[in-house]
Ligand binder design. Structure first.
Ligand code: TYD
Length: 205
């Protein structure tokens, strides 16, 4: 049972890399599952729609963190834990570290509170490996702007916000270097994927 999460700011290329990793994993095992946060369950997808709706401008950071956590509580119990217990490899596109980076470092909510809420939501489940695609904010947002239909409420936040998020990710990675793999995302797709596969191969043995 192996739980791997991907993290990164908007435009870091997470989705591309996850797809390539999944394709490779599926040549090795039938027991690899991809899921995403917020979402990944019927209830979680409904919560996701509230969170990402650009009309919800009045949403407070406190309400936001509880909604993210509600979706997380559901996916952990409905999908992630059962699969891990059956010996699957579970890949999650974003997980608890997104909350610490976005709501904590980005919005400035107290990290102690966020950790407590997160531990409650996950029942103490943390990834075995977190792959963080690091990219400077301007490059990331420029890449995203190429596909305006993907522009959502979160991405409309100020550039300074995203800079705090990135700094937060780097701080989290530094605190826990055994769990985090930090990759420079300003490299060719194949080069990034090779680093990811090397680490995952090592993890799977
Ligand atoms: P999404 O469209 O999934 O973005 P991406 O493709 O970049 O993963 O939108 C998810 C947004 O929600 C993204 O901006 C990050 C944010 N987010 C948080 O702020 N806190 C969280 O706990 C999670 C899981 C996501």
């Amino acid at each position: 049972m192996t739980f791997i999460t991907f993290e990164g700011i908007e435009g870091s290329g997470k989705t591309t890399q996850i797809k390539l990793l999944m394709a490779w994993l599926q040549t090795r095992t039938e027991r690899a599952l991809l899921t995403r946060e917020p979402g990944g369950t019927a209830i979680g997808e409904q919560v996701r729609a509230i969170l990402l709706n650009p009309d919800n401008t009045e949403m407070t950071p406190e309400a936001e963190i509880l909604l993210f956590s509600a979706a997380r509580a559901q996916i952990v119990r409905e999908v992630i834990r059962p699969r891990l217990e059956e010996g699957w490899i579970v890949i999650c596109d974003r997980f608890a570290d997104s909350t610490l980076a976005y709501q904590g470092y980005g919005h400035g909510l107290p990290l102690d509170d966020l950790l407590q809420i997160t531990e409650f939501a996950t029942g103490g489940l943390w990834p075995d490996l977190t792959i963080y695609l690091d990219l400077d904010v301007e490059t990331g947002l420029r890449r995203k702007a190429a596909t305006p239909e993907e522009w959502n409420r979160m991405e409309a936040q100020a550039i300074d916000f995203h800079k705090r998020v990135r700094a937060g990710y780097l701080a989290l990675a530094k605190q826990n270097p055994d769990r985090w793999l930090v990759i420079d995302a300003d490299q060719p797709v194949e080069a990034i994927q090779a680093q990811i596969r090397a680490r995952v191969e090592g993890l799977l043995g």
